[in-house]
Design a protein around this ligand. Structure first.
Ligand SMILES: Nc1ncnc2c1ncn2[C@@H]1O[C@H](COP(=O)(O)OP(=O)(O)O[C@H]2O[C@H](CO)[C@@H](O)[C@H](O)[C@H]2O)[C@@H](O)[C@H]1O
Length: 474
């Protein structure tokens, strides 16, 4: 087997705040049949430690950014994990990044620098006789690993995957010493970003290759509109940047076996799931489409546009069920919108409910302002829940818009709208109600959607080819 170490701050099913966890959790399983033994280095947050009770210590790391630490080995949910047990950094309440008041931990730069330091240590010296041929780093939290590798004369190559460029891992310059960063690298060609240190930039500068999670987003990232200040650097590294679409776990997201729902094999069986969902959410039976949203409530996700477009959709007989949490203003606005009898809102995070909503919805709405790949539209395709998406990033690459020609050719799977405005979204929702009112067309859309290849096979092969290239440069 070839070997790689995945370095990540979250990994499903152990700890998840967003799509990064799904990808980090799925890739090792998808790559194993292709001959890659991928192990995952993950911080030992309380919830990770609880799920890895049968772990054993395989390395001691004295003095790791302010305290002693150990690496534990465990196998959980089919994943081979190296858990960084560093209580002074990770044994805290709250999410992986925020305290229980919702604020960033002040020492997040150190917390994830420590993860990167240990990754570099494993890359250089191996662990219990195992050594990776390359590091696969995810987002800014793993961004310093390629830098630390460079400082050790690059014992192995690395690649970094951008899941969300909006988070750049910034730290004040006076923390450089504490972060074990060398002052000579504090410049525009190195780790400096507008007077601060950026862990993401370090990853983008010092990794051998850069990937993101769709081809369209890889192109968008090189523009001023989407690059969030990193576009110049990404343009300079265009030859090393590529987009590989995310897949989804076809066992977890399988309408024929999903334990959370009234299962169905074809979209005709969805009606029972829809009735159950309407009942659960307190919505009446209706003749119009039931649109669902499962999302973090953040500016990225464009759900303020939905609030504006919603009245027109409701007037045409549509219903909305939303599950999400995040921005307090949006939480309040949706709670208010739920005053309408055809709107149901659940504020919170609920994996099981997300399955029932995916099964019972007629359409899944993803009006994101930017979307590296997006996963919920892929779940939607699998469940015959028609995606209505903004024309951006991975949403462009995964949904085939129901244009007249796509419909006539029998390939349409959903609706795309652009520009990304409330007006254009309202137009798409109108179109949704029209299509829904034509049973034959609607059934065709659903059948097309459910036929899409949304698993990991194709993308795992692309990652395997890339790993091979990175590990053995020609
Ligand atoms: N309230 C809730 N209850 C239950 N489940 C909820 C939930 N809110 C969100 N989820 C789940 O969290 C995941 C979110 O993944 P996404 O890919 O849609 O976006 P995210 O922006 O987090 O990921 C980033 O990384 C991923 C992975 O690369 C990219 O696809 C994406 O474009 C990028 O922004 C999905 O599995 C969704 O079902």
């Amino acid at each position: 087997m070839r070997t790689a170490l995945s370095v990540t701050s979250e990994c499903a099913p152990l700890v998840k705040t967003g799509g990064l966890a799904d990808v980090a959790g799925a890739l090792p399983g998808a790559m194993a049949p292709l001959g890659w033994d991928i192990r995952t280095l993950l911080p030992g947050y309380p919830r990770v430690m609880e799920q890895a009770k049968r772990s054993k210590a395989v390395a001691d790391i004295p003095d790791l950014f302010g305290g002693d630490a150990a690496v534990l080995k465990a196998r959980v949910a089919g994943l081979d994990l190296y858990i960084l047990d560093a209580p002074h950094l990770y044994d805290r309440p709250g999410t992986p990044y925020l305290d229980d008041q919702g604020y960033d931990y002040w020492d997040n730069p150190e917390r994830f620098a420590a993860l990167c330091w240990v990754a570099a240590e494993i890359a250089e010296n191996g662990i219990e006789g195992w050594k990776p041929e390359l590091l696969h780093c995810h987002d800014w939290q793993a961004g310093l690993a390629p830098y630390y590798l460079m400082k050790r004369d690059r014992p192995v190559p690395s690649l970094i995957t951008i899941h969300n460029i909006a988070f750049q891992g910034l730290a004040p310059a006076d923390r450089m010493g504490a972060l074990r960063l060398d002052g000579v690298d504090f410049n525009a060609d190195g780790i400096e970003y507008w007077g601060q240190v950026s862990a993401l930039k370090a990853g983008l500068v010092y990794s051998d290759r850069i990937t993101t999670v769709s081809p369209t987003y890889a192109r968008e990232l090189m523009t001023h509109e989407f690059g969030m200040g990193m576009e110049g650097l990404l343009q300079a590294r265009a030859g090393d940047l590529s987009g590989i679409l995310n897949g989804i776990d076809l066992d977890v997201w399988n309408p024929a076996t999903d334990p959370e729902i009234a299962t169905f094999k074809t979209a005709r069986g969805k009606s029972r799931a829809k009735s159950r969902l309407q009942k659960e959410m307190g919505l009446a039976k209706s003749d119009g489409p039931l649109a669902v949203v499962i999302s973090r409530l953040s500016h990225q996700k464009g759900l303020d546009l939905l609030l504006e477009a919603l009245p027109a959709f409701l007037d045409r007989g549509g219903q909305l069920a939303l599950l999400g949490s995040g921005d307090k203003g949006l939480e309040r606005a949706f709670a208010e919108a739920a005053g309408h009898p055809n709107v149901a809102v659940r504020i919170g995070y609920d994996e099981a409910l997300s399955h029932r909503m995916m099964a019972g919805g007629d359409a899944i709405l993803v009006p994101s302002r930017f979307e590296p790949c997006g996963l919920t539209q892929l779940y939607g395709l699998r469940y015959g829940t028609i995606p209505v998406v903004a024309m951006t990033g991975g949403l462009v690459d995964t949904v085939i818009n129901a244009s007249p020609m796509a419909l006539r050719s029998g390939v349409a799977t959903g609706l795309q709208f652009g520009p990304i405005t409330a007006h254009a979204m309202a137009g798409a929702l109108m179109r949704l109600t029209e299509l829904y009112a034509e049973p034959e067309t609607w059934a065709q859309l659903q059948a097309n959607a459910m036929r899409q290849e949304v698993g990991w096979n194709a993308s795992a092969a692309e990652y395997a080819a890339l790993y091979q290239e990175v590990a053995e440069p020609s």
